[in-house]
Design a binder for this molecule. Sequence first.
Ligand code: NAD
Length: 480
Amino acid sequence: MTDHLTTVAGVAVDTRHWIGGRRVASTDTFTDVSPIDGSTLGEISRGTGTEAAQAVAAAKAAFPAWAATSRAERARILHAIADGVEKRLEDLAVVETHDNGALLRSHRRGVMPRVAHNFRFFADRLLTLDHEDFETRGHTNRVGWDPAGPCVLITPWNAPLMLATWKVAPALAAGNTVVLKPAEWSPLTASLLADIAAAAGLPAGVLNVVQGYGAEIGDALTSHPDVRRISFTGSVPTAKRIAASAAANLTPLSLELGGKSPLLVFADADLDLAVDLAVEQYDNAGQVCLAATRLLVEEPIAEEFTRRFVEKASGLRQGDPRDEATDIGPTIHPRQLEKIDGFVRRAIAAGARAVVGGHREGDRYYAPTLLTEVAQDSEIVQEEVFGPVLTLQTFTTEEEAVRLADDTRFGLAATLATGDRERAERVTARLVAGTVWVNCFFVRDLRAPFGGSRHSGVGREGGTWSFDFYCDLKNTVTAP
Ligand code: NAD
């Protein structure tokens, strides 16, 4: 054990950056705290512009050789990383739960297998990615995907390793090198990923991980002239800062941001399904960008829907995320809890009624909450809370449902519960949303585009769209 290793539930994690194939410490550190009990998990290297410059230089130096590595070899290494993730699945699940408070059972059965799948999927997609040929008056247009260069990937805390690898895997598959900056509230699994990638044979400098506060290290990464792509998942205010910083070098950006998505429940819906879908929005203590936090329910069924919702939501068990029986874990940080509580208190002061919850549970948990009697233009309906707080409004016509659904500045996702396929098609066509789920929620296929409209994001990733973003597309026109 050295000063630079911390042990989390028996798993050793290096608290330093990973730059150019070696561990690099900063003189300063920040304290990483567990949302479960406030205990200190480690003192993490606190990066600044110096480490940002080192990491980008390492990514730049490693780029030519990695870009020239055959697709088959790149795919082989990505599969080896997936093998490493699977081998260390329990370590990753346990560390992530201690670091961000999300359910251990979800990490074990859903999230970490998906992390491995991120690598396998983009490795396989790389091997089937092919140029398209077009003919123009006997000339051939050959379209190809060239690696773009060093990529800066910046990720949030609500699903740390899943969201990081959703970017790392396609960026590496495309032949790029990477500087990953995980969120300061959940820095640990990114460090384990660096170990796993190195053990899988990823050459030094191809994946670099830097730690620190966004405000201290972020700008040096996003304004760096050698960076050729920035992919960011996080909040709208940070995205605006990053976009301004990237503008100096016209660095292409992909932004996956927040949401205030609706769940539209029509009177013809299977009511049990609709209630299940609504209660599912409390998953991860509501800290899910895609969460349908605005329940829009057709008037004639609103009373019965609410009755069944309250019954089901009251049965949710809130507690230690390591416990298999727990449904809802803690909020990531006391600051986030304070923010959530502020939203709810202001909503209640403005006339909202809490039919479920509406208060903290101690100093780490927020009770699952449902607010009714909320105005469409109120803060609680318009702003992302990022906690277990839902609002319920009613509508009387399909027209009104669509109008309410589309009336925020976001456009990430929407969910419909209806027994009428034609209605589903009609309504879907009019919704502003990157993803629409009909009678289901959170079903994801990595071949499909993912992203948001309006303030929910810029661009799409997933499948071929990821390669379009992470590559420089080149058209070669050859005379007959
Ligand atoms: P955040 O914007 O505060 O932070 C995200 C990341 O940006 C962190 O790593 C942070 O350190 C970094 N950062 C902060 N300031 C920076 C700067 N000036 N320059 C560069 N980097 C900087 O967001 P958060 O609170 O960690 O995450 C929650 C938000 O993320 C919510 O709005 C949620 O909806 C959104 N989100 C979106 C998706 C999606 O796929 N659309 C997925 C998950 C979360």
